[in-house]
Design a protein around this ligand. Structure first.
Ligand code: C5P
Length: 316
């Protein structure tokens, strides 16, 4: 595509904050010929954030660096989803001579079923569109996101949304009130394709997981009804691959969580809790378990990828 890109020399980095997600409901259909499973899912963005910082380069290279406690688990080469996002954005919307340094400050658990890689891709799309001064509108970003991965469009929009197709066809959902969450992460991640494969091995799609009742509960703000309607068709596959997660689920529910479920393809376990104080107590208890690497307390819903203050003013 012809470039209208303009890079301000010496401009400060463009910084974006982007949230993790949890699937409140994840209904998985039979494997399609495209290698994907059709989904009906309800996403919620939760307040665990990666920060993406993008600066211009004088050459055409794209470099990624990763910081944070799990940085060594994330490849900083061209396989990183943020690297792919910048390349795709450049190929479709900018001049090939543009480069970028992309710094990722990682806080979202890596390979944890919370869409951390997708969040980084979404953050990079937004940051590069500003850095390179491109005419990409929200729909253009969503299209680029869908081409990068099924969870990237939701990482751009955030909030609460119903996802169909691969999870990338989104409809916003009204959700009243704040949800309090505890997340228990595992020492070793799970690969999403592996969990979907195991889902097929275990017999694949069951009945369609109905999200209508969940959406009604979200709209009315009835937290007990929301807790009652949480569900994940991938949970049995994740538990079969990691049986110890069942003990984490039991421990959280016994400690006072309203409900627990495996987040996405796992292995992070998510607990909806009545309030923040109870959440902190549950998190402290879960952190004692051998099966748990760390615990995090977060609220949802929160917005999707957002520019951090100062970024725009500094460039005008
Ligand atoms: O699109 P994304 O990169 O997130 O998906 C990673 C892998 O997860 C896919 O290659 C596919 O094996 C599996 N997947 C699936 N059905 C989906 C989403 C992902 O089978 N709806």
């Amino acid at each position: 595509m012809a470039s209208n890109a303009r890079v301000t020399p010496g401009a400060p980095p463009v910084m974006v904050r982007v949230a993790a997600k949890v699937n409140l409901a994840l209904g998985v259909g039979p494997l399609g010929e495209d290698g994907y499973h059709p989904l009906t899912t309800v996403f919620e963005a939760v307040g665990i954030y990666d920060q993406i910082s993008v600066s211009a380069r004088s050459d055409d290279e794209i470099h990624v660096s990763v910081e944070g406690p799990q940085a060594d688990l994330v490849p900083a080469d061209e396989t990183n989803l943020a690297h792919r996002a910048a390349r795709l954005m450049r190929e479709r919307w900018a001049g090939s001579d543009l480069g970028a340094d992309i710094q990722i400050l990682k806080s979202i658990p890596v390979a944890g079923g919370m869409a951390g890689g997708s969040a980084d891709a979404a953050g990079t799309l937004l940051a590069c569109s500003v850095l390179w001064d491109l005419d990409t509108g929200p729909d253009d970003l969503l299209q680029l996101g869908a081409d990068l991965g099924s969870d990237v469009p939701f990482a751009l929009t955030g909030g609460v949304a119903l996802g169909r197709g691969r999870g990338d066809h989104l409809v916003p959902v009204i959700s009243r009130g704040t949800h309090h969450w505890v997340f228990a992460t595992a020492a070793e991640g799970l690969s999403t394709p592996q969990v979907y494969r195991h889902f097929d091995e275990l017999g694949g799609a069951g009945g369609e997981l109905m999200s209508t009742a969940l959406i009604a509960a979200l709209t009315s703000g009835d937290i007990d009804a929301v807790a009652h309607r949480l569900g994940n068709d991938l949970q049995d596959a994740a538990l079969d691959l990691r049986p110890e997660l069942a003990e984490v689920l039991r421990a959280g529910e016994e400690a006072g969580a309203l409900a627990g479920l495996v987040s996405g393809s796992g292995p992070t376990v998510a607990f909806l809790v009545p309030d923040e104080a109870t959440g902190r107590t549950i998190a402290t208890g879960l952190a004692e378990l051998d099966q748990v690497e760390t615990t995090r307390v977060a609220r949802g819903p929160v917005p999707g990828a957002q520019l951090l203050p100062g970024t725009l003013q500094a460039r005008m």
